[in-house]
Ligand binder design. Structure first.
Ligand code: ATP
Ligand code: MG
Length: 470
């Protein structure tokens, strides 16, 4: 098209003269895309993203330019990030479907296509759907109906895959390891076990190391297990899917298994994804202990999903947390399943310092001595520290109401609040003790024993009863 060429040249010159003008750059790039000058369009879209890294329309356009250059895999990397956004558009899903189809991932292609037409019925593409082998729309299905007077064409929709249970939601984690105070050993373990294998699979394969398997975190309540799982997702820019027991258990026969399958499928669709099971002991309680157990069927289903029996778990990072690891069926700890069991202790001094800083962020404060506070809160969990800050805020509020003048929170209120509180983690250690001493399956709970022997914990001696009678 000659007029188009001319317009392109004009825009190219203008764009070169004003590299910071996003609207102009975008107009130029869109025209390039239309003119099928995909490589040049790619360069300009990349440039725009360096100016506006969060521009979703530009990200989608960039994925289009990759797709049309035959770089479907790169296009998919961008698209998969876009598709987890709450307002993902039908056309994004459609392009993903095409890219999946071209890269021989038919399952994902059909699912993306289904998502596309569900969002935007005008995207129905009979030829493409037929090629993918999706079945015709069944009669009475209201998803896509020909309008009155319109000629009836064969409308095609794929069969539904199992639906995840209603409450589950994929989220984009906003925190990363930098928001987790202390816990360096844990972070390192997570990096080695699941982050590096995700980012550099070829190195692991070269050493014949099998990728897969999850990490089980255990420890006293309120000490950052959930926080760390969420931060792991943020660290690798993966989607985060947190599953509580209520998401899975259902009174109807077979429905819990279906729910569980649906959740794994959801995670597999949005890889890379951190799939996090909270209170996993309730789900996977020892099969011989059926009073606590959610049922043998459900456990077997869980094990099969973890093993990736039917579908591959590539790109799905499985984390789980529990306060009572001793109730978990040992089958969960076999290689390829939760083969790393990590103790998450109460936050150390450094972590308490960081947690307090995070919790006081945005509040009016004056002269807080974080180091002193951190030293005075040995044994406090993250949740305890939160309680302490809340108490200090209340104290200040009362004072402000009495005096009629608002004032910032100071070290004084925080120290008073700290003295009012008892660390909540001691109770957990008292029961963990029995397991660590008498049922320490192959040294599984050695870390708990080590922890309670450290000098910091010793200063809690009056409250912790167990190592005194050792
Ligand atoms: N290392 C840490 N850095 C920053 N914040 C933390 C840290 N540890 C805990 N917190 C904060 O403490 C609170 C409790 O942590 P979290 O909910 O992750 O505990 P949990 O171990 O999952 O507890 P539960 O066993 O009860 O589920 C959270 O609000 C979290 O923000
Ligand atoms: Mg938790």
């Amino acid at each position: 098209m000659p007029e188009n060429d001319e317009l392109l040249n004009i825009l190219r010159e203008a764009a070169q003269a004003s590299p910071q003008n996003v609207a102009l750059q975008k107009q130029f790039a869109d025209l390039l895309l239309e003119a099928e000058a995909y490589a040049e369009a790619e360069t300009v879209y990349r440039h725009i993203l360096s100016l506006e890294p969060e521009n979703q329309a530009v990200k989608f356009a960039l994925s289009q330019s990759f797709y049309h250059q035959g770089k479907e895999a790169v296009a998919l990397v961008i698209l998969e990030r876009l598709l987890v956004m709450p307002k993902a558009k039908g056309e994004w899903h459609l392009l993903a479907a095409q890219a999946y189809w071209r890269t021989e991932q038919p399952e994902q292609a059909r699912e993306a296509y289904r998502q596309a037409v569900q969002r935007d019925a005008s995207l129905v593409d009979v030829a493409f759907a037929t090629e993918m082998g999706v079945v015709p729309l069944v009669e009475g299905d209201t998803a896509v109906q020909p309008k009155d007077g319109e000629e009836e064409t064969a409308v095609l929709l794929p069969v539904d895959p199992p639906e995840p249970p209603p409450h589950s939601e994929i989220e984009q984690a906003k925190i990363s390891f930098k928001d987790v105070g202390g816990m360096e050993k844990l972070k390192e373990e997570i990096r080695l076990k699941i982050i590096h294998p995700l980012q550099k699979p070829e190195i692991y394969q070269a050493y014949g190391k099998k990728i897969g398997g999850g990490i089980l975190m255990y420890g006293p309540p309120g000490c950052g297990k959930t926080h760390l799982a969420r931060a792991t997702a943020g660290e690798v820019n993966a989607a985060f899917l947190s599953v509580g027991l209520h998401d899975v258990l259902n009174m109807y026969l077979g429905q819990s298994e279906q729910n569980l399958h649906g959740l794994f499928e959801l995670a597999r669709r949005y890889t890379p994804c951190v799939l996090f099971f909270d209170e996993v002991d309730a789900l996977g309680a020892n099969r011989s202990d059926m009073r606590r157990s959610a049922g043998r069927q459900l456990i077997n289903q869980f094990l099969a999903e973890l093993d990736g029996v039917e579908q591959s778990n590539e790109g799905v990072l499985v984390l789980a947390a529990t306060n009572a690891p001793w109730h978990l069926d040992p089958a969960f700890r076999r290689p390829g399943r939760f083969d790393r069991v990590i103790f998450v202790p109460p936050p150390d001094t450094l972590a308490r310092h960081a947690i307090l800083q995070l919790m006081l962020q945005g509040k009016p404060t004056d002269g807080i001595q974080f180091e002193q506070l951190a030293k005075k809160t040995v044994g406090f969990s993250g949740a305890d520290l939160k309680g302490m800050v809340d108490t200090a805020v209340e104290l200040k509020l009362q004072e402000a109401l009495q005096k009629g003048v608002p004032a910032p929170i100071t070290n004084k209120e925080l120290m008073v609040a700290a003295k009012k509180m008892k660390p909540s983690t001691t109770e957990w250690f008292n029961s963990a003790r029995n397991y660590a001493l008498y049922a320490n399956q192959g040294g599984l709970y050695d870390d708990v024993l080590d922890y309670v022997k450290t000098s910091e914990t010793r200063s809690l001696g009056a409250k912790l009863t167990f190592w005194r009678d050792e």
